[in-house]
Design a protein around this ligand. Sequence first.
Ligand SMILES: C[S@@+](CC[C@H](N)C(=O)[O-])C[C@H]1O[C@@H](n2cnc3c(N)ncnc32)[C@H](O)[C@@H]1O
Length: 361
Amino acid sequence: MPSAFYQARLAARQVMKKLLHLPRDWIRKVRRAGRQHFFPALVTRDGSLKLPPALLLDSVFRASRGGRMKLFRRLIPYLSAPAPASSTGVCEINSLAEFESGYARLAVMLGHAGKTPPPGEIEFLRTIVNRPLHYSGAIGPSDYFFLTAFVGILAPQRVVEIGTLTGFSAAIIAATLRRQPGDGWVDTIDLLPKCFIDETRPTGFEIAESFPELASMIRLHVPHDSTVMSELAEPDELEIVFIDANHQHPLPLLDLLRLAPYVRRGGWIVLHDIQLGTKGRKANAADQICWGAAEGAEWLFESWPFRKISGGNIGAVQLPNEKSALIPFALRLMSVPYEIKGKGAHAAMHGALHRSFDALV
Ligand SMILES: C[S@@+](CC[C@H](N)C(=O)[O-])C[C@H]1O[C@@H](n2cnc3c(N)ncnc32)[C@H](O)[C@@H]1O
């Protein structure tokens, strides 16, 4: 049994320890209060562009040395909230029978009233609808009706896609470009060299297997992510890009911010799985399983403060004329807790998002 002397020494040591920790705990408390006061947790995806001064200063502080003054000047106007020119159109095309009328409606929305599907488009889509094959993770019929109409109406020279998987959506885009004037092509980017759903095959394997006639129009960039854009396009060059990669918040936002410098003002970014979060929540409520029900693409589309068009689970957001307006929007969305997990992932993602601002000012 420990002696009374030993017990007294132990008690004294504990009291000393507590006393020594008091200043440290007090400093932590003060710091926490300071952070809450100066960096209010916005946790908002309300689409507003108004920036609290502390968020502005924080992002200027994180900017590269050479870019700080420029960023500061660009963000100052957002201290008072300019009203974003927001409007949402809806154009869902849920069956092949609706394709022509949906195409006509979308053409009006995109400023090309009177444009109709070129010869062979509907027949091609019919072969796709009747295909017995559908790989999990690839876009579905209402998505490819919308994507075909969108790309066909704007008829750009080329489209960049992030998220290849089997290559199905890249082939859909290429098939559309083939029916338009010019020698169009698709650049498709994927992080994985082996296909995410079948590691025995390479990413993009369907292009050669199912669409050999389109293979020469599709350039595969693996293993890469959206950082490869600087090697693929000139600033302000593109009219349409398609994002269908990792949907966990804030990755769709990061992909969009990295692509935006290469998209012209008023150009479009098509986003897939903009209802994935809702689908997941409904499945949960019904005790069903919905794999990978990430919210990132849905939050990005929902809170987009500029013009956008919903096609159901796919949608397109239009870049504003002033690309720096994406920064206050991004900062607000970045205050919504991230879905990506892993040691250091939050800090790495936050840093990457802040670095992406440089090319927008
Ligand atoms: C939903 S699938 C794409 C489906 C394809 N667009 C289609 O409809 O045929 C997502 C793909 O994105 C890739 N991916 C995941 N994270 C990525 C990232 N950060 N950058 C590029 N690709 C990524 C995955 O390897 C996967 O092949």
